[in-house]
Design a protein around this ligand. Structure first.
Ligand code: SF4
Length: 337
């Protein structure tokens, strides 16, 4: 499977109410030769019955929509890198990559991209939350239901959100990515309260499970370029996969990574074992019935499919020790329930 990120969009669905937003106009202009179809609500297209996620993934359409309801939500308790107030938000649903373990396949019946064009509403929520938590910084994790940077040439997310966060000294934002898409970050001023967090799995998992995701070596180079310019960078080893030789793969990944990344200037490392809510897991497993990942030592526990305690302790404990050879322990976080 190709590892090139494609921004080829043949069809764009536009909510009537989204049309007049500047971002919607920019995107429609960029893809002026695509078919433009108006709809009254994105759910008509995105939640339609009888869709085939796998077929759509080969050629997703783009939906421009106006997000309603809650824009920024409290993050799960284990989801933090040292901050007290933690939130997440998603300016997009879905992403151009095709990871076998991606929970979005279990959550959504559609692989189309949804881009919410009312960025100002997200920003207002972020500003209000930082005012409420005025004594401590508030953390905003982006890219929860997407990848923060992979679609940036279209979403222009970096140019819209990074300068905004830069002006709010009480806000911290994590851009989480598996991409090499750092063009916009390279052109703007470095911001100490925006952390560029790159997710990695060992070589075998990257090659066999992370379809279309750029190779680890290319992402390490992108991360090194950002660090060289002074951007705070972080590493996310999440999800960690358990397979024979995972330890050797992981050790090699750390060697390759810390040859190029200076651990002294690394913001943080987080480590989490694979886990997925039961309903999503069943759906994803039915998409790939022969995928060995979905049988290896996973159990139903606390509403999730996750590794048994022995495997989880082995993965997290040993990974923490390996990372600890390079990075001080107080910057390593393990994601445990
Ligand atoms: S990069 Fe993240 S959001 Fe995209 S397919 Fe992989 S796991 Fe899912």
């Amino acid at each position: 499977m190709s590892r090139n990120t494609s921004y080829m969009i043949d069809t764009i669905f536009i909510e009537k109410s989204a049309r007049n937003f500047p971002l919607a106009k920019e995107v429609l202009k960029r893809f002026s030769s695509a078919q433009h179809i108006e709809c009254s609500h994105y759910g008509e297209v995105f939640n339609r019955h009888g869709q085939n996620f796998r077929v759509q993934k080969n050629h997703p359409s783009l939906i421009l929509a106006v997000k309603e309801g809650e824009f920024v939500l409290p993050a799960p308790v284990e989801y933090h890198v040292g901050g007290r107030h933690n939130y997440y938000f998603s300016h997009m649903l879905n992403c151009p990559y095709d990871c076998r373990y991606c929970f979005l396949q279990g959550m959504y019946s559609s692989a189309h991209y949804v881009l919410f064009v009312n960025y100002e509403d997200f920003k207002n929520d972020i500003a209000n939350i930082t005012k409420i938590n005025s004594k401590d910084p508030s953390w905003f994790f982006s890219g929860y239901d997407c990848d923060s940077l992979a679609f940036d040439p279209v979403s222009n997310f970096v140019n819209h959100f990074v300068p905004f966060i830069a002006e709010n000294s009480n806000a911290r934002m994590e851009l989480r990515t598996k991409s090499t898409q750092i063009r916009a970050l390279n052109k703007i001023d470095v911001t100490s309260n925006v952390i560029c967090a790159f997710s990695f799995t060992g070589e075998l998992a990257n090659r066999s499970l992370e379809h279309r995701v750029p190779e680890n070596s290319k992402r390490i180079s992108a991360m090194a370029k950002l660090q060289y310019r002074g951007w705070p960078v972080a590493v996310r080893f999440d999800p960690m996969m358990y397979y024979q030789n995972w330890r050797q793969d992981f050790s090699q990944l750390c060697l390759n990574l810390f040859k190029k990344i200076n651990p002294a200037y690394l913001h943080s490392v987080s480590i989490g074992a694979f886990r997925m809510p039961v309903n999503y897991f069943r759906k994803v497993r039915s998409l790939y019935p022969t995928e060995s990942l979905f049988v290896a030592g996973l159990h139903q526990k606390n509403g999730n499919y996750e590794y048994g305690l022995n495997i989880e302790n082995e993965l997290l404990g040993e990974a923490q020790a390996i990372v600890g050879q390079f990075v001080e322990q107080d910057r390593i976080y393990t994601m445990r329930d």
